[in-house]
Design a protein around this ligand. Sequence first.
Ligand SMILES: Cc1cc2nc3c(=O)[nH]c(=O)nc-3n(C[C@H](O)[C@H](O)[C@H](O)COP(=O)(O)O)c2cc1C
Length: 241
Amino acid sequence: MTSTRQGAPSSCRHDEVDAFDAIVRGRRSVRAYRDDPVPPQLVREILDLAARAPSNSNVQPWHTYVLAGARRRALTEHVLRYYDTFGRAEREFDYQPDPAAWEPPFKERRERFGEGLYGRALGLRLEDATERERYHRRNYDFFSAPVGMIVTTARNPRASALIDVGAYIQTLLLSARSRGLATCAQASFLDFHPAVREHLAIPADRMIVCGISLGYEDRAHPIAVNATDREPLDQQVTFVR
Ligand SMILES: Cc1cc2nc3c(=O)[nH]c(=O)nc-3n(C[C@H](O)[C@H](O)[C@H](O)COP(=O)(O)O)c2cc1C
């Protein structure tokens, strides 16, 4: 683990730096959960902290739907019914382009991610689209997490609401991690946005941004080994001299 401690100014408490680094580096997308329910007060705390995210002129364009237990399962059933009846819906907006639209180097990174998740972690045959699709459906069951969320933002002709909600989502994921909870952001819900919108009566002036699974990780599941890498710093950053 790379530590930023050396560079931290003396006014920074090293234990705070270490705790923050551990939360950021310890967060990963978790796709297998235990049954244990999440106390509602804990869910409230996480959402309250998430709203400390910055937003352009403090407009706070996010609104999140939280579902647990039977309400969570009812959304899953509704989405899967839509999936089986109509297939994927046309995208409402394009923040996550069609996989085929990615160009190098993003295309290769996406493929590397798929090989790690489907191949190494799950042991699926990558060329078997049926197996992959069967696994993909687990997205709509929030990977069995006890809590599912649907994050929405203001429908805005500019991109600013999406930038703001991105900061909100990351704050939510990190606040969950700081409390020992696991998460997975899920744009997959966009493929069935009409079902999600109808089920939750989401008003037309809001866009569905993603789902989020929330719960306690099932560390015994084979997928628990899945880890993603990152490009070296100097390939993502230009230090202008
Ligand atoms: C906006 C967004 C949408 C995502 N959608 C999905 C999804 O639909 N299903 C899924 O399994 N993972 C999804 N992910 C998780 C990414 O695959 C994951 O963040 C990435 O591979 C990096 O891995 P890490 O989160 O474990 O660090 C999404 C992540 C983000 C930020």
